[in-house]
Design a protein around this ligand. Structure first.
Ligand code: ADP
Ligand code: MG
Length: 759
C-alpha cells in the first residue's frame, strides 16, 4: 500500500536483517482467506509485524466469569451464555424500544434487557456471546442484566465470509447447544483488547470510512497467533537499554505482548507508556537534529544592533515599545549579533505589536547595508505591511518594495531588477517571494508573519534564498506548549504577553436569532459614532440564494450564508448604511478600492469572507458580526475578534451559530468566555488535536499512533530531555550503537522535516 508510513509504523526498515517471523504475510494465517485478507489490508495490516504494532484502543476486563446461578444484585458481571430467545418490541406509550434476550449457561438462565432497538440486529438467536453489565432486580423480583455490553463469540474461523444466519425472532426457545470449550483464549478469562476497526484513510469525499467487517474476536485471534509464534522476540529494539532502565520502561517485545494482552491494567499502562515514549523520543530526536542542522549552516552575517542603530530605530517608531516588545527585540538583537543564524519564533496575540518588533529587526539589517524580506500569508496582509512600512519610513532612505501576484510582467521585472541590485531594502510579499526567479542581492533577515499559515517546506525555501539568513517567524496563534516543543521545537521563542496601551474592552456574545434586530440596532448606533462593522460569512455564495427573509422567519438561518446575498439583504434591511464587500473572487484592484474606502470612512459595514482574518488594522472598527460561526475554527474566530478592539473604544464581537455537535458547542462557548488566546489555543487543541489545529499537511508533524500530545505531556518532557541529552553526546547519531535509532529517525523524518542532508 502506498499510504505514507507513520511514526510507530511497523518497523519496516528497522535495522538488522528482516526476520521471517515478522515479514510473514497474514494471508497464510489460519482462518484468513482472500476476503479476510483484503479486509485486513484496509486496516493496513499485511504482515505479522503490522499486526504487532496494531495496538488496541481499549481493553475490557474479562478476567473473571460468573456462572449465571451465582449472580447477585448490584454485581458488575461477565457472563458467557447462549442466546435462547430474542424479543424486540416497541412500547408505544413510552415511545421506547425494548429488546429482551433469554441467556443461558450450564448453570442457569437470566434475562438481559436493552432499551435500544439496534441491539436486536447484532444479536442472533442460538449464538454464544459474552455479556458484561450490571445485575439488577426487576419489578417482578427477578434478576436481570441491565443493558449489558456484549460480543458474539467467534464461530470457528474458517474462511466463511457469509453472514451468520439470522433466525427469525420467534417466541419459542431453542434447545440449548453445548458451550464452546472453555480455554483461556484471546476472548475471555483475561483482560481483552479492543481494536479500532475503522480504516485510517478517509474516503474520497473526506468522510470517515466505515468500520471494516471484521470482528474483535477475529483480530484477537490473529494477534494471539502472532504473539504465540514468538514474533515479538524478532523485533529489534532501537531504544538504548540505559534509557529503558532509567525510565523504567519494559523492553519492546514485552511491551508489545502486554499492550495487546496485558496481565493487569497496570502492566497495560506500562506497555503503552513504553510505546508512547518511543514515539515521542524519536520525534524529539528529529526535532533536535533539525535544530542542530540549522545551527551548523554556514555562518550568517553579524548584524549587531549598536547603540546608534537602536537610537535611529527608536526615532523612527511613532511609539515607545511596551516592556514585552522591548524584551523580544532585545532577544532578537542578541541573535542578530551572532554568526549562528537566528531561528526564532515571535509569539504574541493579535494586536500585541509583533509587526513593530519585526520592523525594528529589519531596520537593523538595512542599517548594515543588507536586505530583509517580510513574508505574509495573504495579499491583503502583505499590502497592509507594505503600507505600514511606507508610512513609518517616509522620508528615510530605506526603500520598501511590494511584490504582488498577478501583476503585469513589466512591473514584476522592475521589482526583481531593483531587488537584485539591492535598491529595494525591504521586500514584502506573499509566497510569491519564494519563486525561483526572485533573487536578492544580499538577503540577511527573513521575517515570516502568521507562521502557522505556512508549511515547513516554505520556511525552508525562504531560508534557502540567502546564504544563511537570520529567520524570525511570527504567529498570533498561541501554540500549546506541547506543540511548541515538537512542531516548533527547533525554534527559540520570544513571547509578547502585553498589549500596547489604550486597548478598549471587547464584549463577546453568542446571539440568538430572535435578537438579530438588536444586533442591527447596535451596528446603526456604532455607525453614528463613525465606527465601522465587519460582517463575516463562511462563503462567497450561500446555500439558498432565493430564500432571503431570515429576519422574520427566524428559522432559515440554519443555512450557510454567503457574502453576495448577505450584502443585498443587509442593504435592503439597513438602507441608511454604506456597505462594502470583500472576498477572494475580487481582483487585486477591486480589493484595494474597497479597503481604501473602508479606511477613508466611506464604508460603515464591510461584508466579507475569512479574508479579513488577518491584516486589516482599522482602529475605528468596533463591531465584528460573525454568521455561521460554527463553521470557523477557534483560531480563526479569535483572529476575527482581533480585528476590533484596536483602540480605546469599546467593541462588540457578536456571532450567530447553530451547533450540531458538542465539540462545536464547547468551542463557541470557550470563544465567548475568554479573550485569552492561550486559553483558546489549549481548548482548541484539546478538542481537535494537533493535526486539526494546524492542518495535518502543514504541521510537518509525523502522526503519532499511540502517544497523545495532550495526555502524555509529562512523557514528552522526559523523552525530549533524553533525546537532547543523547544528541549532546552524539550530535549526528554516528555512534554504532545508535545506528538503529538513526535509521528509524531518518525513515520517519527525512522528508517531512527537511532533514535532507542527514548523513
Ligand atoms: P500584531 O502584528 O501583533 O497583531 P501590530 O504590530 O499590527 O500587532 O500592532 C497592532 C497595533 O498596535 C498597530 O496599530 C500598531 O501600530 C500598534 N502598536 C504596536 N506597538 C505599539 C506600542 N508600543 N504602543 C502603541 N501602539 C502600538
Ligand atoms: Mg500582525
Amino acid at each position: 500500500m502506498s499510504e505514507p508510513r507513520t511514526l510507530s509504523d511497523p518497523a519496516r526498515g528497522r535495522a538488522g536483517p528482516r526476520d521471517e517471523r515478522l515479514t510473514r504475510t497474514l494471508q497464510f494465517f489460519k482462518g484468513v482467506g482472500p476476503k479476510k485478507f483484503e479486509l485486513l489490508q484496509r486496516l493496513l495490516l499485511e504482515t505479522v509485524e503490522d499486526l504487532l504494532f496494531f495496538f488496541p484502543i481499549d481493553h475490557k476486563d474479562r478476567a473473571s466469569l460468573t456462572p449465571i446461578d451465582r449472580l447477585t444484585p448490584g454485581m458488575e458481571a461477565n457472563v458467557r451464555a447462549q442466546i435462547l430467545d430474542l424479543h424486540a418490541k416497541t412500547i408505544y406509550h413510552k415511545g421506547k424500544h425494548r429488546v429482551e434476550a433469554l441467556l443461558r449457561d450450564p448453570s442457569g438462565e437470566i434475562r438481559a434487557v436493552w432499551w435500544n432497538p439496534y441491539v436486536a440486529d447484532k444479536l442472533s438467536q442460538s449464538a454464544w456471546a459474552f455479556f458484561t453489565g450490571k445485575v439488577v432486580t426487576n419489578k417482578k423480583g427477578f434478576l436481570e442484566l441491565a443493558g449489558p455490553d456484549f460480543e458474539i463469540l467467534a464461530r470457528e474461523e474458517e474462511e466463511d465470509d457469509s453472514p451468520a444466519p439470522m433466525l427469525p425472532l420467534a417466541a419459542h426457545a431453542l434447545t440449548p447447544t453445548a458451550p464452546p470449550p472453555v480455554v483461556q483464549g484471546p476472548d475471555f478469562g483475561r483482560i481483552v483488547p479492543i481494536y479500532n476497526l475503522r480504516p485510517k484513510q478517509r474516503r474520497a469525499d473526506g468522510t470517515e470510512a466505515p468500520e471494516v467487517k471484521l470482528s474483535q474476536p477475529v483480530l484477537r485471534k490473529l494477534v494471539w497467533q502472532a504473539l504465540e509464534s514468538g514474533a515479538p522476540d524478532a523485533l529489534s529494539d532501537v531504544l538504548p537499554v540505559a534509557l529503558q532502565k532509567r525510565r523504567g520502561l519494559p523492553a519492546l517485545p514485552e511491551a508489545v505482548r502486554q499492550f495487546h494482552f496485558p496481565p493487569s491494567f497496570e502492566r497495560r499502562d506500562a506497555a503503552r507508556k513504553r510505546v508512547a515514549y518511543e514515539e515521542l523520543f524519536l520525534l524529539s530526536l528529529g526535532v533536535g537534529l533539525r535544530r542542530a542542522q540549522v545551527a551548523s549552516r554556514t555562518a550568517s552575517r553579524k548584524l549587531p544592533v549598536t547603540e546608534t542603530i537602536r537610537k535611529r530605530i527608536e526615532a523612527r517608531l511613532p511609539f515607545p515599545f511596551t516592556g514585552a516588545q522591548a524584551r523580544a527585540f532585545g532577544e532578537i538583537a542578541a541573535d542578530l549579533a551572532r554568526t549562528q543564524p537566528m531561528n526564532r519564533l515571535l509569539q504574541g496575540d493579535v494586536g500585541s505589536g509583533k509587526t513593530a518588533v519585526a520592523v525594528a529587526g529589519m531596520l537593523s539589517a538595512v542599517a548594515h547595508g543588507a536586505q530583509a524580506a517580510l513574508l505574509a500569508p495573504t495579499e491583503i496582509l502583505a499590502e497592509q505591511h507594505a503600507r505600514t512600512l511606507h508610512a513609518l519610513l517616509e522620508g528615510s532612505r530605506v526603500n520598501v518594495g511590494l511584490l504582488r501576484g498577478g501583476r503585469a510582467k513589466k512591473q514584476r521585472d522592475v521589482f526583481l531588477e531593483r531587488l537584485g541590485s539591492g535598491d529595494v531594502h525591504i521586500a514584502v510579499g506573499t509566497h510569491a517571494l519564494l519563486s525561483d526567479d526572485v533573487r536578492f542581492k544580499d538577503l540577511a533577515l527573513v521575517v515570516v508573519d502568521e507562521q502557522h499559515k505556512f508549511g515547513v517546506e516554505q520556511r525552508m525555501a525562504l531560508r534557502a534564498k540567502g546564504s544563511a539568513p537570520h529567520v524570525l517567524v511570527m504567529t498570533a496563534t498561541p501554540i500549546p506548549r506541547t506543540l511548541s516543543l515538537t512542531l516548533y521545537g527547533d525554534l527559540d521563542v520570544s513571547v509578547i504577553d502585553e498589549f500596547p496601551p489604550g486597548r478598549g474592552e471587547v464584549l463577546t456574545r453568542w446571539v440568538k436569532e430572535e435578537d438579530r434586530s438588536k444586533v442591527y440596532k447596535l451596528i446603526i448606533d456604532e455607525s453614528r459614532k463613525g465606527h465601522a462593522t465587519y460582517v463575516v460569512l463562511p462563503r462567497i455564495d450561500g446555500d439558498a440564494a432565493e430564500s432571503v427573509a431570515p429576519a422574520k422567519s427566524g428559522k432559515l438561518w440554519n443555512e450557510i450564508k454567503g457574502v453576495e446575498d448577505e450584502v443585498k439583504r443587509l442593504r435592503a434591511h439597513l438602507p441608511t448604511l454604506r456597505f462594502g464587500m470583500l472576498h477572494g473572487r475580487l481582483s487585486g484592484e477591486e480589493k484595494d478600492a474597497v479597503l481604501k474606502q473602508l479606511r477613508g470612512g466611506q464604508i460603515d459595514v464591510l461584508v466579507s469572507t475569512l479574508v479579513v482574518e488577518v491584516g486589516i488594522d482599522l482602529p475605528t472598527a468596533t463591531v465584528m458580526l460573525i454568521e455561521n460561526a460554527e463553521r470557523f475554527g477557534l483560531a480563526s474566530l479569535h483572529q476575527l475578534r482581533g480585528r476590533i478592539g484596536r483602540s480605546e473604544r469599546k467593541s462588540y464581537c457578536v456571532f450567530f451559530a447553530e451547533t450540531a455537535t458538542e465539540d462545536a458547542e464547547e468551542r463557541l462557548k470557550a470563544f465567548a468566555r475568554t479573550r485569552d488566546g492561550f486559553e483558546l489555543a489549549e481548548e482548541d487543541f484539546r478538542l481537535r488535536g494537533p493535526g486539526q489545529f494546524f492542518g495535518t499537511a502543514q504541521s510537518g508533524l509525523p502522526e503519532l499512533k499511540v502517544a497523545d500530545l495532550f495526555r502524555d505531556r509529562e512523557l514528552l518532557m522526559q523523552a525530549r530531555e533524553d533525546a537532547f541529552a543523547l544528541l549532546a553526546r552524539d550530535t549526528k547519531l554516528e555512534l554504532p550503537e545508535h545506528a538503529g535509532l538513526k535509521q528509524r529517525v531518518r525513515q520517519i523524518f527525512a522528508q517531512r522535516l527537511g532533514l535532507v542532508d542527514m548523513g
